[in-house]
Design a protein around this ligand. Structure first.
Ligand code: ADP
Ligand code: MG
Length: 753
């Protein structure tokens, strides 16, 4: 025992970790403890938190046809055939066992060193017996098989009395390895769980919550999830663990919310006949009902002495800018300043232009022709000249500029404000906590904060990840915009493809522009994507009808389009994340000006770029992108008065899941509908960005869509708890659970979400 621990601990933490590992070794044996290490299980606690993935039932066989090559699988099946023959070298016997689920047969190959082993196998796996088998699913001559198979007969003859009792019990299937099959994990769990007294398991959830939500107690839940006597038991236990996750997350969010609310903000109530009214009077359009409602919510927030924390979501073109501008003007009317933070220089400039345009003379105070009682806009970017920069800094510091727009250059220490009352953060997920904190520190009191996002966030996701902010939504798109027509183009039909390029040429002929989007930059290195393709997990890809072979690349497409007859006279541009920022700016400028009316690009153009003349977009290997990402991409076209066209080129087979995804885009342009669709097919980690997927401590049990009601309950409970005990001094166990599950990384994850 203890032979797995050879190194000497050098810190307290290592020492503590060693103690836990020793404890695990003592409980389950050193060899098993070592094998559990491969599953990142290093203590008995972690072992008990290694929950079964699913449950099997005697007599109900696993569908063998659904097995996915490359995965480790645990199945319940019946022995259909068993035969043995000597191996070529005569020292070994080859035993071939064929198992079946009643439809599909699956061969397993065992090697036996002597005749005794062969008869042992035959005794344990007689024809017609059902057993659990586990192994690596592989393809051999186009047929699936299990390699390195392990098995566990279900009728344990040595223990007749237990058979009856166990006959109807669900059999847990744990995430397992080849070395440590599921039933050995179950055995290890039993060794830890059996000597434990249920009542000794500490209950960390508040007692009233356990009772009100009818959750099984902590100790009972452990038995119910690992050793259920009926399906209802593990279902109840799972509900508790899901609730736990939701509760921890919601308590963390509620604490953050309470923390921010504990700061003072300067109230900025609306002032009649100020800049807000002046703007309204000169707007060339009427605000939509949605814009009015959201503006009122924001206006009320700004008038309070608690810092506003509000997320404004609305699709591209839904008119967020004018809503944000009205908020900024209300703050200016009340004597303060507003800062607008954009993720890129291009977007900062674009904001400065459109806000300048909306304000007209109102934004040119002190300039010839400017309104006397107006304000001024200062634009601060990293690349601007020294004189312009000095002027912008002076305007921000003196308060002459009511609106200061920039990238994160705005966060540098040199930038000072006379009285910062509001920060508006565009596409907030692009900024980290520290950056926002830095900006917040620039106010004398805590500035109000408004976050803008064009990514439609379903209500369930908003509740799960934005529980600490209020959410306003702009659902309608102001009239006057032409919808984008979306079509799918089968990649294997050359006529359709050439028609696609003809369509691009037609648009260019009319003076318009077209994007051609490819998933990758080059084919040489696989990891060079600008935006990793997050949509497809391995399991999706197999049944998904994803385009086989290599995905299209920007470089190859640029070369082939150069030879495409329809585009013979058309100048092509190229754009991707590996270009320097000067090259990128130049490529964008050439495209916008029409010098290169067709731009072959990666998804770098996804965020915010506004070229009103862009009317067509061709997306190659479209099935490699997620629904939401495709929706964002196509939002780049049809931004002017001319209707837009989006062509989704894909080799996905008709009616395959990938094809269904594309079809959803063909059928609707409602971003919220699409976001929900996306969510149904993907794990939330994917929805929130590739970096989150597969993280050990992100949500393991919770599914935001399925568990919406539960999350809502947890949120109510968490808010009540924090209102009662803001620092959790009376609930130290809850605090510990938060720190365990919501590590600093994870907190940041909440921020970026
Ligand atoms: P986004 O939400 O993408 O930031 P914008 O604020 O840029 O959208 O608005 C898109 C376009 O719609 C702009 O040209 C803007 O002036 C215009 N717009 C905004 N609100 C309205 C409205 N109520 N009626 C008509 N046009 C509007
Ligand atoms: Mg905008």
């Amino acid at each position: 025992m203890g032979d797995s621990i050879t190194e000497v601990a050098s810190t307290d933490e290592e020492y503590a970790a060693e103690q836990l590992t020793r404890q695990l070794s003592r409980a389950v044996g050193a060899a098993t403890a070592k094998a559990l290490g491969a599953l990142d299980i290093r203590s008995t606690d972690e072992l008990l938190r290694h929950y079964p993935r699913r449950y099997l039932h005697r007599g109900k066989y696993t569908r063998l046809a659904d097995l996915v090559p490359g995965e480790h699988a645990t199945v319940m099946a019946e022995v259909a055939d068993i035969e043995s023959r000597p191996a070529r070298n005569r020292k070994l016997q080859v035993v071939k066992v064929t198992i079946t689920d009643g439809h599909t047969r699956l061969p397993l190959t065992f090697f036996a060193r002597h005749g005794g082993m062969v008869s042992h196998l035959r005794r344990q796996l007689p024809l017609g017996a059902s057993a659990m088998f586990s192994g690596q699913v592989s393809l051999y001559r186009n047929e699936i098989q299990l390699t390195h198979p392990e098995y566990e007969p279900l009728e344990d003859a040595a223990d007749e009395s237990r058979v009856q009792e166990h006959v109807n019990r669900p059999v847990p299937v744990y995430p397992a390895t080849t070395k440590l099959p599921s039933w050995k994990i179950a055995k290890a769990v039993r060794m830890v769980l059996d000597p434990m007294n249920e009542a000794d398991t500490p209950e960390w959830l508040p007692a009233d919550v356990v009772e009100r939500r009818r959750l099984p107690a902590a100790g009972a839940a452990l038995r119910m999830i690992h050793q259920p006597t009926a399906d209802e038991e593990w279902q109840q236990a799972q509900r508790r663990y899901r609730y736990e996750e939701a509760f921890i997350l919601q308590t963390a969010l509620a604490r953050r919310r309470a923390d921010i609310a504990s700061y003072d903000a300067t109230p900025r109530p609306p002032r009649p006949d100020g800049l807000v009214d002046a703007l309204d009077e000169q707007l060339p359009f009427d605000l939509t009902t949605g814009q009015r409602a959201v503006s009122e919510e924001i206006s009320a927030d700004l008038a309070a002495d608690e810092p506003m924390q509000r997320l404004l979501q609305g699709e591209v073109g839904s008119g967020k800018t004018v809503v944000a501008l009205r908020a900024m003007l209300q703050v200016i009317d009340a004597g303060g300043q507003a800062a607008l933070l954009a993720p890129t220089e291009v977007l900062a400039q674009q904001h400065a232009r459109s806000i300048g345009h909306l304000l007209g003379p109102l934004g040119e105070a002190g300039m010839l022709g400017g309104a006397v009682d107006g304000t001024r806009i200062a634009l601060l970017t990293g690349s601007m000249g020294a004189a312009a920069r000095r002027q912008a800094l002076a305007d921000a510091a003196s308060g002459a500029a009511g609106i200061v727009i920039g990238t994160h250059a705005l966060l540098s220490e040199q930038v000072q404000f006379a009285d910062l009352g509001l920060t508006v953060v565009d596409e907030q997920h692009r900024f980290g906590v520290e950056q926002r904190d830095a900006l917040r520190a620039k106010g004398r009191t805590m500035p109000h904060q408004l976050f803008l996002t064009a990514t439609p966030i379903p209500r369930s996701v908003a509740m799960t990840f934005f529980g600490d902010v209020d959410v306003s939504t702009l659902r309608e798109i102001p009239a006057g915009r032409s919808p984008v027509q979306t079509y799918s183009v089968p990649a294997d039909k050359p006529r359709w493809l050439s028609r696609t390029w003809e369509k691009v040429a037609e648009e260019v002929g009319k003076g318009n522009r077209a994007y051609v989007v490819a998933p990758r930059i080059t084919s040489t290195t696989p990891e060079d994507d600008d935006s990793p393709v997050v949509a497809l997990r391995a399991t999706d890809a197999v049944g998904g009808g994803t385009s086989p072979g290599e995905p299209s690349t920007v470089e190859d497409t640029y070369a082939t389009l150069g030879r495409e007859p329809a585009l013979a006279d058309v100048a092509l541009g190229m754009m991707h994340g590996r270009l320097s920022s000067e090259e990128k700016d130049a490529a964008m400028a050439d495209f916008a000006a029409g010098r290169t009316p067709v731009l072959v690009t990666t998804t770098v153009i996804e965020v915010g770029v506004d070229v009103p003349e862009a009317t067509a977009m061709v997306i190659l290997d479209a099935d490699r992108f997620g629904i939401s990402q495709l929706h964002q991409l196509r939002g780049r076209v049809g931004r002017g008065s001319e209707p837009g066209t989006c062509l989704l080129v894909s080799a996905a087979a008709e009616a395959s899941p990938a094809w269904e995804r594309l079809n959803a885009l063909v059928q609707t342009s409602d971003g919220f509908v699409l976001a929900e669709r996306d969510l149904e097919q993907r794990r939330e980690g994917d929805v929130l960005g590739a970096a989150q997927s597969g993280r050990g401590n992100s949500l393991t049990m919770l599914r935001v869509l399925r568990d919406r009601d539960l999350i809502e309950q947890a949120r109510d409970d968490a808010r009540a708890l924090i209102a009662d005990d803001p620092n959790l001094v009376h609930h130290p166990e809850v605090l510990t659970s938060i720190t365990r599950l919501v590590d600093p990384d994870h907190e940041e994850y909440l921020d970026r979400a």
